[in-house]
Design a protein around this ligand. Structure first.
Ligand code: EPZ
Length: 422
């Protein structure tokens, strides 16, 4: 399996461009199914999760080409609403296709996506929302078949502001008859991007980014050209990379309004951040300060997807910090690996108590999930000595050739690909 080998201790410096948002592109690719014809998406990142989504769209009969940062889809040839189990098991986000396929074909067959390293990842809120819109849902084993003779708008109150459930319901409601309101909706920027994309195609949605989204059903949608927002989690990851290496990094193609809570926490830790439009400079020339308490929760609070990364900074800070993870029940898998690098972290249920140390030491560590893997790379960049990060396929799901971007900033990192044995 491929590994990343990192010689730590080099302050990062220079400028990088942040690629498009994986968590905006995935639901937007799914929503493209609702408008037969040619959809062109710009600023789409070249990631393994995107590749899987394109393979699923091809399996449904679409034509899909991926260029440097552009994807061109022809969804008019789509003929199936059965998502292959083999592809579904590769990426749970394929669940985003339920709403669009139900809206277009009146039927969709999927499989329980199952849990992952960070948690159970239930989909009950997705299914309850689609049922409220008039879908019949049959589950047998891990197979789920949804059918409808026509979706009808309704009032939906989410028990929890689930990002995926909000997106799935929004997409299905686009072509339901009448009005739908989603209360207690998730407010993430990726949901606003999905609303904007759907509205460019002719949908009538307002309220994304607030906790109440209103959708007026339309009878058809028209394909379009659309640019996906920058990836706020990748941007946040590189902000932390600059801080933990005591470097000075400029990020281009960033939307600072998507990172308000992250900027606030980093400034509390003593990181210098200056913003000029979509350009952000991040530096930290002194030892970071501990941050008394960080609680992850739905946007606009501190994002769970940056919890493992910020923990690396706190591991090197002067003092004791507490991180409470309230979104996923299993999102502390990076703690053991960081401890093996010299971090002083104790966990109790969903809280981590981090006592900052002066230095981390290189070790061979294993990525367990996407963001934990990214955190281990950050720890390797800061550590004294050599760090080997294994199972890096997790990282490739969300970061375009992370070693290339870091090398560009002066890091000593390379991807080790073992020669395939006969
Ligand atoms: C999206 O996942 C993101 N993925 C995740 O990013 C992100 O961590 C998460 O939102 C929270 O911000 C994509 O957008 C592709 P949720 P999603 O539904 O939609 C529970 C990354 O690293 N829940 O908001 O799956 C669930 O178990 C990934 O890029 C239910 O109980 O997140 C979890 O505890 C990781 N029932 C919580 O809600 C449901 O029907 C948040 O899940 C749905 C969710």
């Amino acid at each position: 399996m491929e590994k990343l080998v990192i010689e730590g201790g080099k302050p990062l410096s220079g400028t990088i461009k942040i690629h498009g948002a994986k968590n905006a592109a995935l639901p937007i690719l799914a929503a493209s199914m609702m408008a037969p014809g040619t959809v062109t998406l710009v600023n789409v990142p070249d990631l393994s999760d995107i590749h899987v989504m394109l393979d699923i769209l091809r399996a449904l009969g679409c034509q899909a080409e991926q260029g440097t940062d552009t994807v061109r889809l022809n969804t008019s040839t789509a003929h199936s609403s059965h998502i292959p189990e083999s592809l579904m098991s590769q990426m749970r986000s394929s669940i985003f296709l339920m709403g669009p396929l139900l809206a277009r074909f009146g039927r969709v067959q999927v499989y329980q996506p199952g849990g992952c390293a960070i948690g159970e990842r239930k989909i009950d809120l997705h299914l309850k929302g689609l049922q409220a819109l008039g879908a019949e849902i049959e589950e047998s084993g891990n197979t789920i078949v949804c059918t409808t003779n026509g979706l009808k708008g309704t009032e939906i109150v989410l028990d929890y502001p689930s990002v995926g459930a909000t997106e799935n319901i929004m997409m299905a409601a686009c072509m339901a008859e009448g009005m739908t309101t989603i209360s207690n909706a998730a407010r993430e920027p990726e949901i606003q991007d999905l609303q904007n994309f759907l509205n460019v195609m002719g949908a009538e949605i307002i309220g994304a980014g607030t906790d109440t989204i209103t959708i007026k059903g339309v009878t058809s949608l028209t394909p379009c050209v659309y640019r996906v927002i920058p990836d706020r989690i990748v941007a946040g990851t590189f902000m932390v990379a600059a801080a933990v290496t005591k470097g000075n990094v400029t990020l281009e193609n960033v939307n600072p309004s998507h990172l308000t809570s992250v900027i606030h926490v980093l400034k509390r830790a003593g990181v210098q951040i200056t913003i000029d439009g979509d350009i952000m400079n991040v530096s930290c020339l002194t030892r970071p300060r501990a941050v008394e308490r960080i609680v992850t929760s739905p946007h606009p609070s501190f994002p769970t997807d940056l919890q493992s990364q910020i923990m690396v900074l706190l591991s090197l800070a002067d003092g004791v910090s507490i991180v409470k993870e309230t979104v996923f029940e299993g999102r502390f898998k990076h703690v053991d690996e960081l401890s093996r690098m010299g971090a002083d972290i104790r966990t109790d249920m969903n809280s981590a108590f981090i006592k900052g140390v002066h230095r981390l030491y290189g070790a061979t560590v294993e990525a367990t999930d996407l963001r934990a893997g990214a955190a281990l790379v950050l720890a390797g960049l800061a550590a004294h000595g050599t760090t080997v990060v294994e199972q890096i396929h997790h990282i490739d799901r969300g970061y375009e050739r992370i070693e290339k971007m870091l090398t560009h900033l002066g890091a000593q990192i390379h991807r080790f690909s073992p020669v395939p044995t006969e």
